[in-house]
Design a protein around this ligand. Structure first.
Ligand SMILES: [Zn+2]
Length: 51
């Protein structure tokens, strides 16, 4: 899945790893603790009664 990334140089977002406008690497603006995959895994384990 692709996330919008924030350009380091400009105050805009891009889907690319490197901003096509500025040639700078774009970074993920979301905080690292936000992990939807882990949340899905926890819900799945809970539904199976593992914990
Ligand atoms: Zn840019």
């Amino acid at each position: 899945m692709k996330w919008l990334k924030k350009c380091k140089t400009g105050s805009h977002y891009t889907l690319h790893e490197v901003c096509p406008e500025h040639g700078e690497s774009a970074v993920n603006p979301h905080p690292p603790k936000f992990d939807p995959l882990d949340k899905n895994g926890a819900a799945r384990r809970k539904s199976k009664g593992i914990w």
